[in-house]
Design a protein around this ligand. Structure first.
Ligand code: NAP
Length: 442
């Protein structure tokens, strides 16, 4: 790849898509210059604040991001919100190109009665809370009920179910926030009921995550063998599916054969089941479920209904992108309309805000590379331009004080140092005040 000399790019968002975009730009010949803008004082997006804390190996991808951040030509501006501290129009003026890698920052809705009752949560809120996201620390999760329900059959649903099932010892070794460790450890939960609207063949989760459930210290996994009897259509789908789907089924069949060992908690996986209402007086007390049939691969409700008591519901049916001021947005898909990542010459997107919330962290590498190729093509064709003004000038005029990469490194050291005596990777700083105090080093 090659770029015109000194192509200067703003990458908005510092999760995997942002860092893979930056890496591809810095690897261009000649390398582009990258200013990464991030709303939070900390980088890494969902690697820090989404990936489950008991998955440290997945979080270790941040080491590759650290190497990118150390390269000449890369600068990090944390605590800076695009659209608030600097507008889209200003970014397009200051830089040859702007790449939005802001992810999908909200949740999809179920659209059923009771969805807004206290105790009905988006899984994303719970995930952000236990991971120490500073905007979610005020939330109070009441886990005093004996049953929690998780709606959805993706990997986030499994993360939530597993986190609820971890023992105090399992949690203690992680960077889960202290408050979340305490709340989950003291929870009265006996059963974590995970409901999928379609069957085991159609579930979106992946084998490693399904297999982990069977190894939990403190929870049995319960699957009804009847849910694994496949109709002709599902059997045909399975035969044509990638091996990962068969591995998922192997795990589920293993669970269906097991006798519960009477562990402290149980994760029950139920299929062909949709919520029709969340019930309760002033807070969640039960969920009404319907049995589904699969028709042409779609879940179609039968008239079989059931009310299941529960204290809390986590809706884990996918993320959704939100619009940025001044940037085109497609409400239907929750993405920035683009072709291969090009919104128009000078404006690009990568990651979930480009393609929707799918794939694993590594998927964003190919995705970002595709975007960067188009950007560099536009640079070569002379379609990009910028003014002489620099971002620092504009921020100084506005009195905006960013957290620079050295500031993040100071936060990182403070967190790791706090974690060390406890044998934890880090103890996160979880309030804006603490993060800014540690991160404003200059
Ligand atoms: P996802 O993989 O898209 O799964 C969403 C689930 O919600 C699907 O089972 C879907 O069922 C279900 N759903 C959607 N609308 C529904 C409705 N109205 N009622 C009932 N169920 C509904 O999303 P995700 O779990 O949020 O994960 C997002 C991405 O991050 C995925 O690519 C995931 O693999 C990835 N991720 C990976 C890991 C990991 O690698 N460990 C961890 C977390 C997340 P249908 O199929 O029927 O639509």
């Amino acid at each position: 790849m090659s770029a015109a000399p000194e192509t200067r790019v703003a990458v908005v968002g510092s999760g995997p898509a942002g860092f893979y975009t930056a890496a591809a730009l810095l690897a261009a010949d000649p390398p582009a210059e990258v200013d990464m803008l991030e709303r939070l004082p900390t980088p890494w997006g969902l690697v820090r604040l989404g990936v489950a804390p008991d998955h440290p190996k997945i979080k270790a991808v941040s080491r590759a991001f650290e190497r990118t951040a150390k390269q000449a030509g890369f600068r990090f501006f944390g605590n800076m919100e695009a659209g608030r501290d600097v507008t889209h129009e200003e970014l397009t003026r200051l830089y040859d190109a702007v790449v939005y890698t802001v992810g999908a920052q909200t949740d999809r809705q179920l659209g059923i009665p009771g969805e807004d009752l206290p105790g009905s949560w988006a899984a994303t809120e719970f995930v952000a809370w236990y991971n120490g996201h500073p905007d979610f620390q005020h939330l109070e999760f009441d886990l005093s009920g004996e049953r929690s329900v998780v709606v959805g059959n993706g990997n986030v649903a499994l993360d939530v179910a597993r986190m609820l099932a971890l023992t105090p010892d399992e949690l203690a070794a992680t960077d889960t926030t202290d408050r979340a460790i305490e709340t989950i450890s003291e929870a009265a939960i006996r059963e974590i009921l995970v409901v999928g609207r379609r069957g085991p063949v159609q579930a979106a989760w992946t084998p490693v995550e399904v297999g982990e459930l069977g190894e939990l210290e403190g929870a049995d996994v319960i699957v009804d063998p009847a849910d694994l009897e496949l109709d002709a259509a599902s059997a045909a789908e399975l035969a044509a599916a990638p091996p990962t789907v068969r591995r998922n089924l192997d795990h589920l069949r293993d669970y269906a054969r097991r006798q519960p060992a009477g562990k402290r908690r149980a994760i029950r996986l139920r299929f062909f089941t949709s919520p029709v209402a969340i019930l309760g007086e002033g807070k969640v007390e039960a969920i009404e479920l319907t049995r589904n049939e699969l028709v042409d691969g779609r879940a179609v409700a039968t008239d079989e209904l059931e009310v299941v008591p529960c204290g809390v519901v986590f809706r884990s049916v996918g993320y959704r992108g939100i619009p940025l001021p001044g940037v085109p947005f497609d409400e239907r898909s929750g993405t920035i309309p683009n072709e291969g990542g090009r919104v128009e010459p000078g404006v690009y997107a990568a990651g979930w805000i480009k393609r929707g919330p799918s794939g694993v962290i590594g998927t964003n590498k190919k995705d970002a590379t595709e975007t960067v190729q188009l950007l560099l093509e536009d640079a070569r064709e002379g379609l990009l331009s910028r003014s002489d003004e620099r971002l620092e000038q504009l921020l100084a005029e506005r009195g905006v004080v960013p957290v620079l990469y050295t500031g993040w490194e100071a936060i990182d050291v403070a967190e790791r140092t706090a974690g060390e005596p406890q044998g934890r990777p880090r103890v996160k700083l979880v309030s804006w005040d603490e993060l800014l105090a540690a991160g404003r080093t200059e």
